[in-house]
Structures are given as C-alpha cells and as structure tokens.
Ligand binder design. Structure first.
Ligand SMILES: Cc1cc2nc3c(=O)[nH]c(=O)nc-3n(C[C@H](O)[C@H](O)[C@H](O)COP(=O)(O)OP(=O)(O)OC[C@H]3O[C@@H](n4cnc5c(N)ncnc54)[C@H](O)[C@@H]3O)c2cc1C
Length: 488
C-alpha cells in the first residue's frame, strides 16, 4: 500500500500480475468482490484515493487489456453464479464472472450451445462481451455481441442500468473493453444442436485460390471451421492450408449417455488445459530456445503437416467424429496455446479484412510476414460476420491470426513488419482484435477504430471522472482529455 492511500477493505490487496505470455508485469490493488455492494465499495474507495479501475473477468486476454498498473483491478471472477435458465426460450442469465465452460456444463447435455465461444473456455461472460470475442462459426452466428440478449451495468456513480439490444448503449458496452462500467450480469441466447458431436473434415488447399474456393463451399455446408495456414509457402503455393471444418451430427443417445460422455469430455478438456499451462511453465524457456531456429523448424513442420494432410485426404481418412467441446476448445499441435508459441517477448496479432478483397489481403499479409526475419510460428484464418458495435473487430470477411516469437536481435525488424501488417489492414478498412493486442500505437488505434470518439462521448456522460480504464486504453490513447482537446 502506498502511504497516501487509506487502508483498503478486506477484499482488496496489492498483487503482482503479468500478461498471458508474461512479457508485461504489473502491480495492482486487486479487489475480489462477491456482492454488488462490494463492487460499489471498491469503486468508492478508488475514487476517494485518486485511483482508476480496470474491471477484470478471468484475465485471459493476451496483452494489457485487463491490466491496470499501480491502480485498482476489480476482479469479477467470484461473481459467477448461474441466475436463471429458460429452456423453452433457450436463454440463460448469469453473473458476469461465470466462465463459458460453466455455461456449457449447464446446457450442452440439453442439446444447446453458446455461439461465438473463443478457444479459451475459461473466458468469463463479461470478458467475452467486452472484447466481443469470436468462435469458429463466426460467419453463421457472428461475434459474441450477437449472443447477448441484455445485461446489467453498474456505473461509476453506483447506479445500475438495464441494457437490452434496443438500448442506445448496447453497441457501446458490448465490445466497449470495459470503459463504461461494471457488467454485473448478462442474459445470453443459446442455440439448439442435434447432438454434442460434430464430424470434422480436414480439407487441404494447395494455395490461396484453392483455399478461397474450398472455403466458399465450407461456409455453405458446414457449421464451424478454422484454417491452419503454412505462412512459409511462397509464390504459386502461397496460402497453402488445411481447413478443419465441422458439421453437427445427428445421434439418438439417451440423456444419461449424453451426460456421461460429456462429463468425460469436460474432464479431458480440463486435463488437457492444465497440461498446456504446466508445459508452458516447465518447458517455455526450452521451447523459446528451440524457436530460435524457427525458420528451419516451422518450415519443415509445415511441409510435413501439409503433405500428411493431403495423403490422408486422398485416402479418404481425413474425417472423424468428436465432441464439439474438443473441436471448439482444445488447443492442438497445429494450433498450440499462444503462451507456448509466443515466448517471453512474443505477441499475437489478429487482423480482419473484407471478403471481397480476401485474396489480395491474404497474399499481402503473408508476404509481409515472409519478408520479416521472424515469420509467425502459427497462422490461423477464420470467417466472420459484421455487427454494429462501436469498437468491433468483426466484419463480413476473414481474419488472420499470427503468433510471433521474435528473436531479441530481430525485435526492431519484427516491429517494422507488424507496422506494415497494420497499415495493410487499415488500408482495407480491417480491424485489429484488442483482446490479443499488445502492439497498437495511438495513431494506429485511432485509424483502426475511428468510432472510439463516440465511445468517449458516451464515457464523458456515464463516467465523467474517467474512473474506468486499463493499461491498453492508456497505451492506445483512449483518453477523454484528448476528445476535449480535439473539440477545442
Ligand atoms: C488460449 C486462448 C485462446 C483464445 N481464443 C480466442 C478466440 O478463439 N477468439 C477470441 O475472440 N478470443 C480468444 N481469446 C481471447 C479471450 O477469449 C478474450 O481475451 C476474452 O476477453 C477473455 O475473457 P476474460 O474473462 O479473461 O476477460 P479479461 O481478460 O479479464 O477482460 C477482457 C476485457 O473485458 C473487460 N471486462 C471483464 N469483465 C468485465 C466486467 N464484469 N465488466 C466490465 N468489463 C469487464 C476487461 O476490462 C477487458 O477490457 C483467447 C485467449 C486465450 C488465452
């Protein structure tokens, strides 16, 4: 505690926190409320002591979006109860700290699923709302914004607003990166499914043209998809990839059978997740060393993986049925957990581009990566659909997600490549996903999200003292004072 601060309440204490890949380290006064009154108490304490507040869900954002160095973090993970479930309307109301996997455990055996769930199953509902996350079926169900029926928002002054889809604030709060208040609870729309199983087909594409042609078919006849791309393939092979496409399966299991195999599925997922985290702790530094030879290692791995996929596809052995849980949430060796592949100085960048310009965008973005001394370790493509949020990453098009593991001596050159990627994205009206960002500079952010001014105008009304912020907001210049300066 700093000497000038009054003693905080029992549920608040100073802690060290770092970003997901460990490259950003901070110290914050962390509040862990379990009631709305405690949330209000933490906000009042922060105001009295001249501190800002960053609301945090599960803290599974990659960069500094849920960090607030030297100030207060309002950790909502203890407010995680399921409040009501209306099976007929397929709607569930939960406290904001509820994890997505907890919702699956409540509803999936009843043949319902939650669209737009990110691969991180431990993301909280409010974290998913504020970062407007996406799943693997984005072109069907859109981003998380499309799944939200309504929410309750606690304002800086203590008032609680009920915000449904018709409310003027809906598109500002959803995707609003926690800048307007504390989400206390939310009601989500679930979707029916024929069974918890999907058939997964792995479809190789020899280059960008084959990829876009195959994707157009996949988008018509499959329910979810994610594309692994070989970022090292050049020339006529650029865009060489393997589409992992999933389609819900009909099955006639009994309730008891469904519950039993789903229970085993949750256990497997939990083990797999804990193994990934432990691996990061134990072999992260070794992996980081191995990735010093990444050009050789990744190039060889990618060639082998693509060749193997073609052989199994031609032999008719590239399909299997598996739980959607596994397809949606389990990291695999082609899509390893980010903290393993980014290393201590690494970062993830996810950029969107419109469908109409997809070929040129994919080629340009991959060529920029190839010209960099440290091309991405993994490259993933997904399809999306637009929404109306002020700060929205989603659009009618695709995104490329790159995971970079730059060597110390190449940091400046890698940064220059990132700036070129961002320029190429802005030129096409594309966006950068803030949930994964740790590289955007203010002038880049302002070009990527020009509607941030509307967010700030709303913030000036709801949070005139600028209580809610984050390290990311400060880094990219989401600053109410700037709006006043621009207006002057
Ligand atoms: C392995 C891995 C895979 C991932 N895969 C995907 C993916 O497929 N698609 C995707 O889009 N993202 C993905 N992500 C990113 C992740 O899903 C998002 O960052 C998500 O926001 C994390 O949720 P959280 O609860 O941890 O939020 P946090 O990181 O805690 O916070 C995220 C934002 O929400 C705000 N916030 C949180 N709770 C509240 C609240 N109660 N009230 C107001 N504001 C609040 C925070 O201030 C912050 O701005 C992945 C992350 C990991 C680690």
């Amino acid at each position: 505690m700093r000497p000038e601060h009054e003693t905080p309440p029992d549920f608040m204490r100073w802690e060290e926190l770092s970003s997901l890949v460990g490259s950003i380290r901070t110290r914050s006064l962390v509040a862990r409320p379990t009631t709305v009154d405690q949330c209000r108490e933490a906000l009042a304490y922060s105001r009295r002591n001249g501190m800002t507040v960053c609301v945090r869900g599960a803290g599974r954002t990659y960069g500094d979006l849920a960090l607030n160095d030297g100030h207060v973090l309002l950790d909502m993970s203890g407010m995680n109860r399921i409040l009501s479930f209306d099976e007929d309307a397929a709607q569930i109301t939960v406290q904001s700290g509820t994890r997505l996997i907890d919702i699956y455990q409540h509803v999936h055996h009843r043949l319902l699923f939650l669209g737009a769930s990110p691969t991180e199953s431990h993301s909280s509902v409010a974290g998913a709302i504020c970062a407007n996350v996406n799943g693997k079926e984005g072109w069907h169900h859109g981003s998380f914004a499309h799944q939200v029926v309504g929410l309750k928002l606690l304002l800086a002054g203590g008032e609680i607003l009920d915000i449904d889809r018709s409310h003027e604030l809906f598109n500002a709060v959803v995707g609003g990166i926690g800048m307007l208040g504390v989400i206390l609870e939310a009601t989500l729309q679930l979707k029916p499914v024929p069974s918890p199983y999907v058939r997964v087909d792995r479809i190789p594409a020899s280059n960008v043209d084959a990829l876009l042609e195959a994707l157009a078919e996949v988008e018509k006849s499959y329910d979810a998809a994610v594309v692994w791309i070989d970022a090292y393939a050049r020339g006529s092979r650029i865009g060489r990839s393997v589409i992992h496409a999933a389609k819900w399966l009909e099955r006639d299991d009994t309730d008891a059978e469904r519950k039993a195999y789903l229970e085993a599925g949750y256990e497997r997922l939990d083990k797999h997740r804990r193994f990934g985290l432990a691996l990061h702790e134990k072999v992260g530094p070794v992996l980081s060393l191995m990735l010093q030879a990444q050009r050789l290692m990744m190039n060889t791995f990618n060639r082998l993986y693509y060749a193997m996929s073609r052989v199994t596809y031609r032999a008719g052995r590239s399909s299997n049925s598996e739980l959607f849980l596994r397809f949606a949430f389990e990291a695999s060796f082609t899509v390893p957990p980010a903290h393993l592949v980014c290393g201590p100085r690494g970062y993830t960048v996810q950029l969107t581009f419109p469908r109409a310009d997809a070929r040129a965008a994919i080629v340009e973005l991959l060529e920029i990566c190839q010209a960099s001394p440290c091309p991405p370790v993994t490259t993933i493509l997904r399809a999306h659909k637009a929404d109306d949020c002020l700060i929205s990453f989603s659009e009618d098009g695709y995104s490329l997600n790159f995971e970079f593991h730059p060597k110390p001596r190449h940091e400046a050159a890698s940064r220059a490549a990132i700036d070129r990627l961002i320029d190429a994205t802005v030129k096409r009206g594309g966006k950068i996903h803030l949930a994964k960002d740790q590289v955007l500079r203010p002038e880049q952010f302002h070009r990527v999200y020009p509607r941030y001014r509307e967010l700030l105008e709303i913030k000036a009304r709801l949070d005139p003292e600028g209580l809610f912020t984050s390290d990311l907001a400060r880094r990219v210049g989401i600053d109410p004072a700037r709006l006043a300066e621009e207006g002057a």
